[in-house]
Design a protein around this ligand. Structure first.
Ligand code: SF4
Length: 196
């Protein structure tokens, strides 16, 4: 899925505009709270891996992001798991970036957890606010997305969100995309659109 040449810990901040809503949400929370809980970290860390960050760049990203945690605590409580996702610890399993189906169906968030897919997990009121915050202001567009999530078509809702926010409103537009299956695929589609 890598679409950026040699991405560094700093590249992440420049790519935010291309993130799908799930990763936008995690990123915003990370910036506000200087922390993410376990499953949110795994979801976001594997997304970074999918962008092409090396394990050292991923560690640098998390270290800078958890700016109120000292190095000893970071190494003790977080670095192992970050390396583990990269297959650099434990059984050395090379974990793949999570696809939408895994994010939507597995390890769904409990109260106080923010990982998962916003189209699946947010209440209609919260999703509406989030959409408005992200620039979806047209009431018809908002209703269309809410209706899709209500019918449990979460990935179709995400695809519709992509099309609306990218201004792809004509069904015959050559840039129209297939239904989103993977957050890194969303990022890739967004970057290629900008390049065109
Ligand atoms: Fe993320 Fe996939 Fe949900 Fe879109 S459908 S927000 S890419 S998990």
């Amino acid at each position: 899925y890598s679409v950026v040449d040699d991405p560094t810990s700093d590249s992440v901040h420049q790519l935010v505009e291309h993130f799908p809503l799930c990763m936008q949400h995690l990123y915003q929370n990370l910036c506000e709270n200087l922390h993410l809980k376990h499953f949110a970290r795994i979801q976001f860390n594997l997304f970074l891996k999918g962008i092409g960050l090396t394990v050292d760049e991923a560690l640098a990203f998390w270290k800078k992001s958890f700016s109120n945690i000292d190095d000893a605590k970071f190494q003790k409580d977080y670095a192992y798991n970050i390396r583990h996702n990269y297959g650099a610890e434990g059984k050395r399993q090379d974990y793949k970036p999570l696809n939408c189906m895994s994010i939507i169906t597995k390890q769904r968030p409990n109260t106080g957890q923010i990982h998962g897919c916003p189209f699946r997990e947010f209440s209609p009121t919260n999703l509406r606010s989030k959409l408005v915050q992200m620039g979806v202001r047209n009431e018809e567009h908002i209703r269309e997305i809410l209706s899709l999530t209500d019918r449990e078509h979460y990935q179709v809702a995400c695809t519709k969100y992509f099309e609306i926010t990218k201004g792809l409103l004509d069904d015959n537009d050559e840039n129209m995309i297939e239904t989103i299956e993977h957050p890194n695929e969303y990022l890739k589609a967004s970057i290629s659109l900008k390049k065109n």
